[in-house]
Design a protein around this ligand. Sequence first.
Ligand code: PMP
Length: 380
Amino acid sequence: MSVYSDILAQLSARGNLRRIPAGTAAGGETVVDLSSNDYLGLGADPELQRQFMSEESNRTLPLTSSASRLLAGRQEEYASLEALLEELYGRPALLFNSGYHANTGLVSALAGVAGCMIVADRLVHASIIDGIMLSKAPFTRFRHNDMDHLERILAKESPRHERLIVIVESVYSMDGDRADIDALVALKRRYPNVMLYVDEAHALGVEGPRGLGICRGAEGYGEIDVVVGTFGKACASMGAFAAVSAELKGFLINSSRSFIFSTALPPISAAWTEWVIRRMIGMDDRREALKALGRRLHSILSPLQPGTVVTPSHIQPLVTGDPHKAVALSAALLEHGFKVLPIRTPTVPPGTERLRFSLSASISPGQLDRLEDFFRNNEI
Ligand code: PMP
């Protein structure tokens, strides 16, 4: 047996072996998908795509860029999307091919210069962790959402480094809880060599004015140095952006390796993203519907886990604390018509294995009534 099959056998014994799940999209109309990041239901809406494709100018857009952004001949669709984002965010924006490209490229470039230390929330996404590793900068993590712990670290480290990059997510991908953006800005005011970096992957489209995320509506928005948004979730597309100062944009174009050394997204993809965002900003009705579903889901899941504080968000966990249990519960739910995927280590810390429920505005309240019936009739 090779070392690789040994590792697979160990993962299997621990209940942590991952497999690509069977698709449920085709013919799976009876399955309620509580596992996607299509928070506004736009990805599942064929009418939107039909409308986009009904315009001759969209249908004929290139399906490949054939080069990285710095070498691509065609720039209109990227420039147009960046211009829209600049208008919405009141500062320049730079596109990336995905959220993973954005975080690895941004963090490694920003923290790769001498004198930087990174201070990240304990639960930030793997793409941020990988960016930290690539940067080779010293780093530490503060306890999840614990502003006192963060402040103790800043008090100690701020005099020792030229710059401290504090990295958080505005809505956390596995728990659905939020960072306290106002408190982070207040800390930055006390420690002026702090740079604030906020990943809004799970807030874009859902939170804040016109769905532009939590930072955009914050009183201290202008003091948040880097706002990252991703298009693969509520925006029903692919790619990501960073809203930054003109100075930082220039720096990133010259130093962010995932931006420089990877083929740009197809122009049709950038055009579709822009098309969706122009509509998404007016969808407060869908955002309201999603909030109501979040409250309803909370009334179902919260009583099942006394002692665990769950935010009534569009993402909510049901922590089993055991990978085997999470897998078994997921299978039972699928049998009853609900797709909810188990989340295991290393995505979440050991002992916090869970089912991750994520909502979409296209789900009906009646479907959540059926979910409540499932938990009434089944042991967890
Ligand atoms: N940031 C966060 C917080 C995420 O949850 C994810 C993906 N789940 C990403 C970044 C990566 O985004 P993408 O899927 O576009 O690579």
